[in-house]
Write a protein that binds this ligand. Structure first.
Ligand SMILES: [Zn+2]
Ligand SMILES: [Zn+2]
Length: 93
């Protein structure tokens, strides 16, 4: 799956793996404890480089429905670009 965020490079977007629900739970947990842990977890488990792992983690919102960049708090689907600011959000329940 390709995701794009107008605030982040590359502008063409990046290819990200399809995360299973257990991957998601693990990432949400890791990210709450320490975003760096989540980044390293992706890097090790999906064999991705650090830049891509970082890109992914910065787009995981810590509160479901809340944009990771602005105050918008009614994001309604997964893998969504915020209707207010345009930032990409994984938005996993
Ligand atoms: Zn972004
Ligand atoms: Zn937003």
């Amino acid at each position: 799956m390709i995701i794009k965020c107008k605030y982040c490079l590359p502008q063409t977007g990046i290819e990200v793996p399809e995360f299973s629900s257990s991957d998601r739970n693990c990432l949400l947990d890791c990210n709450k404890q320490s975003p760096l842990r989540a980044i390293l977890w992706i890097k090790d488990n999906f064999n991705l480089n650090l830049d891509i792992a970082k890109y992914i983690v910065t787009h995981i919102n810590t509160d479901y429905g809340h944009c990771n960049r602005c105050a918008y708090n009614t994001l309604e689907s997964e893998n969504i670009n915020c209707p207010k600011c345009g930032a990409f959000n994984f938005n996993w329940p």
